[in-house]
Structures are given as C-alpha cells and as structure tokens.
Design a protein around this ligand. Structure first.
Ligand code: NAI
Length: 216
C-alpha cells in the first residue's frame, strides 16, 4: 500500500464506507457481500471492489467481507485507529459548536485546547475545556503534541495564524475560514465550507427533474 498514489475520489468515499460498516456492526451483521453492501450504500459493487482493491482487497471469494475486520482496516487506512491531538483557534459560534461535539473524540480527534484573542472569552468553559488567551499558543502546542489546528477565526487572520501554528509543530489545518491557505507540501489543509455545500444543493435543486403528475 505504501507509496501507491490513491485518488482523492477514493479517499473521499472511505469515511462513508466506514460509517456504513459501523452501522452494520451495530446491527450485528458479521459479514456482507459486495453486492449487499452495494445495495445498502447505493454504490455499485464493482466500485466497492475497485476502491478496496487499492488497499489489498480484504474480501474473500464466496464469503464477502468480514464487517468488523473491514471496519478496522478502513480505520487504519484513515489513520483513525490512533488519536490526534487538536486545538481550536477562535472560540466564537463555530469554534464552540465544534468543541461541544463530543463525537469527534470517538473518532480519535481529541480537543485539547481552545484559544481566542478576545479577553472576554478567556476562562469560559466549553465542554470542560477552558478558553485560553492566544499568548500561550506556541507553548501549548509543543507541550501537548498538537498535530491538528482547527481555524474558526475571521478569514483575514487565518493565513497568519496557520503559519504561526505550523511553526510550532502543527501538521494539519482544519480550515473553516473562507480563504485558501498556501502551506508547504508537508502541511495538510482540509477546507470545510458549508456554504459551498449549500451552493451545490442549490445547483441540484435547480435541476430536479419535474415529475409528470399527469395534470393539465
Ligand atoms: P465568531 O465571530 O462567533 O467567532 C470568531 C472568533 O474568533 C471570535 O471569538 C474572535 O474573538 C476570534 N478571533 C478573531 N481573531 C482571532 C485571532 N487572531 N486569534 C484568535 N481568535 C481570534 O464567528 P463564527 O460564526 O464562529 O465564524 C468563525 C469563522 O468561521 C468565520 O471566518 C466564518 O466566516 C467562518 N465560518 C465558516 C463556516 C464554514 O462552513 N466553513 C461556517 C460558519 C462560519
């Protein structure tokens, strides 16, 4: 697997496989064929086989997939079989909402710290995590081995903040600020833009086939 270039389209589908396999496990399903998985996920069976073949297959002829071991393999591929220490910079509406969502921790993303430059927010607790002033940022990153920083600050501040955290050892930016960040190749940037998702929704709404209801 090492060294093989996997397309982002495949990577984008992996979390969905993971989620469905988790649901199957919860309902007690132990094994599943690619055809059954295909029906359940509304993805073609050949797509599933192709995607998983990128990582060595995991299925067995005449048996299908063992749900629990495929779930564990995908977790390993996604790197969520290990935990990641994360900080959130910007403890406003969005930063607090993310900090409040405890399910990220179940996936191994541990929110270790919450930072804001507004002194009025300093010391408030969000799900047991105190908001800290920004002056201790560098020390905190180093002392707590932080590898991910979520940026939920205004876009005008994002690039400068990204550089600052990367200098202290952060390896990946989860960027919510509506701006593109130019980072060195060894820094991973994942942009999350809900408004882009809404624009795609709007585009697709315009193209809904009109049902022929047989009226006048
Ligand atoms: P907000 O105004 O409630 O929170 C922003 C916080 O960042 C404030 O508490 C402010 O004091 C803090 N801040 C500003 N500059 C800072 C700095 N240099 N260092 C540390 N903290 C700093 O705003 P909200 O609604 O939480 O949005 C935050 C950002 O996320 C905005 O850029 C907004 O456009 C973006 N956003 C992105 C979404 C997405 O889907 N990507 C959805 C909603 C908001």
């Amino acid at each position: 697997m090492e060294g093989k270039e996997i397309s982002q389209a495949v990577v984008n589908r992996l979390p969905r496989y993971y989620r469905y396999l988790g649901e199957l496990m919860e309902s007690g399903v132990e094994r599943i064929s690619s055809n059954e998985l295909s029906e359940y996920m509304k993805v073609t069976a050949s797509q599933i086989r192709q995607d998983l073949n990128n990582f060595g297959g995991f299925g067995q002829q005449g048996y299908g997939y063992n749900v629990e071991s495929l779930y564990a393999e995908i977790a390993k591929i996604l790197g969520i079989d290990q935990s990641h220490n994360m900080i959130i910079i910007g403890a406003g509406n969005l930063g607090q909402a993310i900090a409040n969502y405890e399910n990220f921790e179940k996936r191994g993303f541990l929110v270790k710290g919450l930072f804001d430059n507004n002194p009025a927010l300093e010391g408030i607790m969000v799900r047991g995590i105190p908001v800290q002033g920004i002056d201790r940022l560098e020390d905190f990153i180093r002392e707590n081995h932080i590898d991910i920083a979520a940026l939920t600050i205004p876009k005008a501040k994002a690039a400068q903040m990204a550089e600052r955290v990367v200098k202290s050892g952060v390896k990946a930016i989860w960027n919510f600020a509506h701006t593109d960040l130019n980072m060195p190749d060894d820094v991973i940037v994942e942009n999350v833009h809900l408004s882009e998702s809404l624009m795609r929704l709007s585009y697709n709404m315009l193209r809904i086939p009109k049902p022929d209801r047989g009226g006048m």
